[in-house]
Ligand binder design. Structure first.
Ligand SMILES: *Cc1c(COP(=O)(O)O)cnc(C)c1O
Length: 406
């Protein structure tokens, strides 16, 4: 970076990517702690409320919550290796880069994947899943996988509908959900939807740095873990659970992250999970109205699929989305999400989850407009911002982002 560029980057860099997300100051400061004794007699008193707080966010009373040092991908590996057997048949669908990566992981771990490919921009193919499960009379399929929020395309899938169709087929498979970019930001109900294994990470809705792979495990998945024969060592549920019962960990836990989690949970509880979800919806709707005012299309094929945490925008023909991203970064000190895999160059993404508010949404739209225009798109300058402002002026809720009471 030249000195000139450094001068242009004065002030705050704008992080509009769908993870890692912006870390609130309260959370950042909470992590600035001395290292502590993770076997101290009072360590459990500190960690046990974190497990309880996470269970409230996953909306589970029956399930157990675990945290492994790692990212969401590590939590996925833990979920699979603890509950399945080599060669097990599993049902998955590809509708974006993240769902594609889970298929790849499942294959690498030796599962036999029945994979349904749908267009990127569509969601989980519920009816097709129903047909496949309906034909599987002997319950050979051991698990059904859903990427709740496909972060690559900005598509939210209907997990509840998958549960319903599984129940209609009287199918006994486990239901796995990737909730990395949905849990804690949009409606997610582990118990009510009969989710057996939900996975998330610390760096998206939880407003923290990456480093915690978080799992919620139903009693049924826990029972499966007792007989599952897939190899695992570090990620073994049994070792983790045995120590977690009293708030301890079998291996050194990242204690500063746990302090960050405590602060993040306090923020979410102070705002109220329902209000957090409503804020995400409101901000996402403002962003979508802005994009519509530009005359650009979303990757999501239908409004019923719109994600409230990330919006994937198709750039006009003849414009390179990579150029839009480069200009945003170099000229305006702003990061947007790139188009992943087959969407590279065609799409950029606006992340609007976690510690996000009206001003950030308007800034994202304003800087995206500028970058689009500089990249050669004929987007009416100011139109996106005006559309979002008009919506924010009317829509109830006002500026989100509560401050936790001391
Ligand atoms: C970010 C993300 C992941 C990957 O998680 P990591 O924490 O980067 O390992 C997986 N799935 C979805 C839906 C994501 O958004």
């Amino acid at each position: 970076m030249t000195e000139f560029q450094q001068i242009r980057h004065i002030g705050q860099h704008h992080l509009f990517i769908p993870g890692p997300t912006n870390v609130p100051e309260e959370v950042r400061q909470a992590m600035n702690v001395p290292q502590q004794d993770m076997r101290a007699p009072d360590f459990g008193e500190f960690t046990l409320p974190l497990f309880a707080g996470l269970k409230r966010i996953f909306r589970t009373t029956d399930g157990a919550v675990m945290m492994f040092p790692g990212s969401g991908t590590g939590a996925w590996e833990a979920a699979i290796t603890n509950t399945l057997n080599p060669g097990d048949k599993v049902l998955m669908a590809r509708y974006g880069q993240f769902s594609t990566l889970w298929v790849k992981m499942a294959e690498m771990l030796g599962l036999e994947v029945i994979c349904v490919d749908v267009p990127w921009g569509a969601g989980v193919p519920v009816k097709e899943f129903g047909r496949i499960l309906g034909r599987d009379k002997d319950d050979e399929i051991k698990a059904v996988f859903v990427t709740h929020n496909e972060t690559a395309t900005g598509v939210l899938s209907d997990v509840e509908a998958v549960r319903r169709i599984m129940d209609e087929c009287f199918h006994d498979a486990l239901l796995f959900v990737d909730g990395v970019s949905s849990v804690g930001s949009v409606d997610f109900r582990m118990d009510a939807w009969g989710v057996d294994l939900a996975v998330t990470g610390s760096q998206k809705g939880f407003m923290m740095p990456a480093g915690l792979g978080i799992l919620a495990v139903s009693p049924k998945a826990m029972a499966a873990s007792k007989i599952a024969t897939m190899r695992r060592a570090y990620f073994d549920f049994a070792d983790m659970l045995a120590m977690n019962r009293d708030g301890y960990f079998p291996y050194t836990p990242p204690t500063p992250l746990l302090h960050g989690l405590k602060a993040a949970l306090a923020l979410i509880e102070a705002e109220g999970l329902e209000n957090v979800i409503a804020r995400h919806h409101r901000l996402a709707e403002g962003i979508r109205r802005g994009v519509r005012a530009w005359g650009l299309d979303l990757v999501a094929e239908h409004r019923s699929l719109y994600s409230d945490t990330v919006t994937a925008v198709r750039v006009p023909e003849g414009v390179d989305a990579r150029e839009v991203l480069r200009i945003a970064y170099d000229d305006f000190g702003a990061s947007f999400g790139s188009g992943l895999a087959r969407l590279a160059g065609k799409v950029f993404r606006i992340g609007h989850l976690g510690a996000f508010n009206d001003g950030m949404a308007l800034t994202a739209l304003a800087l995206a407009e500028l970058s689009l225009v500089r990249a050669g798109a004929s987007v009416p300058m100011g139109a996106g911002v005006a559309a979002a402002q008009a919506y924010f002026a009317d829509a109830a809720g006002g500026q989100g982002y509560a401050v936790a009471a001391e």
